[in-house]
Design a protein around this ligand. Structure first.
Ligand code: FSX
Ligand code: SF4
Ligand code: F3S
Length: 374
């Protein structure tokens, strides 16, 4: 990154006198860019554009069946300034729970926002859409959520499903799913919907997606489930700070025991990290520098359909790929000019690491109640 540019942005932003630590501004942009795989130089551009008032994409935010946790995680942080910084980056032109207006004023605001920014606004949906019986189980101002999402999607420039509820139905879509709670990609079949699952979703994944669309006119590369590929390509288990304990066979056996207090692996308490794709382990949100596993709670798989909410919290998952963690050198990478001796050593190390992961998985599966150490 060009340090002089970064320094100028920090200096400029610090001159702002709205009472907020403006260094956070650049930090937020950098984390959002990293979430979608963009370099820090792009974050600097975002910060500069936002400071000059040239950014602020129009965002229309709808609520279906959910708890409003995604909005909370975006705005209600331990450092109140962050909410203000986020609202410097986007123009929230319609939001059903944050608006002071109500009734007809709200309905007029929605129509106005759609007309003023037709073809350009970012449509964000939080919560699932009930589709049973023509959507009668969720109505806003007399209109069903089902009709509303179709209407707003019509003129949207980009569509984002924030949270697990909007991505694939979430907790209310679990059997027997009495209202037919459905994720947005299914409701808007045929349209491109970026999904940002998580209960709640990681706000940096959201911000990165919105800012990329507005500044570069593109969406992040998406995986088969519509998720930004960079953010959801790896499992929690692959970069979990407790991974060395897993590999060494050190597991907490019950909440509050010695292993739990020592910060050992939570696999036996039902951690779903090995089958859950998300970046919360490396991009914490909530601004208190922690995340579920960091607080001593197993990952419940909140970002993963058919894992979060459909498995018991204490239930252990199968370890499908007992591979070494990212912190070790890749053992499968093809290198040119490598000597047979070096290749042999790499093979041995790789084999030992794979073996360690596999043994840890075996030990976890086979052991009874007592604690284990390697
Ligand atoms: Fe809640 Fe959002 Fe969970 Fe759902 O997050 S935190 S129930 S994903 O739609 O508000
Ligand atoms: Fe971390 Fe859970 Fe994997 Fe243990 S099982 S290393 S706590 S992700
Ligand atoms: Fe969710 Fe697991 Fe992360 S529960 S927030 S995916 S650690």
């Amino acid at each position: 990154m060009d340090r002089s540019v970064m320094g100028r942005v920090i200096a400029d932003t610090e001159r702002s006198n709205n009472g907020v630590d403006r260094r956070d501004f650049l930090k937020v942009c950098t984390m959002a860019a990293a979430a979608v795989g963009l370099p820090a130089s792009v974050a600097v551009q975002w910060a500069e554009a936002a400071e000059s008032g040239g950014l602020k994409p129009s965002v229309i935010w709808l609520h279906g069946q959910e708890c409003t946790g995604c909005t909370e995680s975006l705005l209600r942080t331990s450092r109140p300034g962050l909410a203000e910084l986020i609202l410097d980056l986007i123009s929230l032109d319609y939001h059903e729970t944050l608006f002071a207006a109500a009734g007809h004023q709200m309905e007029a605001a929605l129509q106005q926002a759609m007309e003023a920014n037709a073809g350009k606004y970012v449509m964000v949906v939080e919560g699932s859409t009930p589709v049973k019986e023509n959507g009668i189980y969720c109505k806003i101002g007399g209109t069903t959520m089902l009709d509303l999402v179709h209407e707003v999607a019509e003129k949207a420039g980009a569509i984002i499903a924030i949270g697990s509820c909007a991505s694939w139905g979430g907790v209310q879509s679990t059997p027997p799913n009495p209202t037919g709670a459905t994720g947005l990609p299914e409701v808007l079949e045929g349209k491109t919907v970026v999904t940002i699952p998580g209960c709640p979703a990681n706000p940096y994944n959201f911000l990165g997606t919105v800012l990329q669309f507005v500044t570069l006119g593109t969406l992040p590369a998406l995986d088969a489930k519509g998720r930004p590929a960079t953010a959801y390509s790896k499992t929690i288990h692959e970069h979990c700070p407790r991974r060395p304990h897993f590999d060494a066979g050190r597991f907490a056996q019950e909440f509050g025991d010695e292993g739990h207090r020592q910060g050992w692996c939570l696999y036996k308490l039902g951690c779903k990290g090995p089958v859950t794709h998300a970046n919360c382990s490396v991009l914490h949100f909530g601004e208190i520098g922690t995340w579920p596993i960091g607080t001593g709670h197993p990952c419940i798989g909140c970002t993963e359909q058919h894992v979060g909410f459909e498995t018991f919290i204490h239930q252990t998952v199968e370890i499908e790929r007992p591979t070494p963690p990212d912190t070790y050198p890749p053992v499968e990478e093809v290198r040119h000019g490598i000597s047979p001796a070096a290749a042999g050593v790499a093979g041995l190390v790789g084999g030992a690491l794979v073996g360690a992961g596999y043994m840890a998985a075996r030990k976890a599966a086979e052991s009874g109640g007592e604690e284990e150490e390697s």
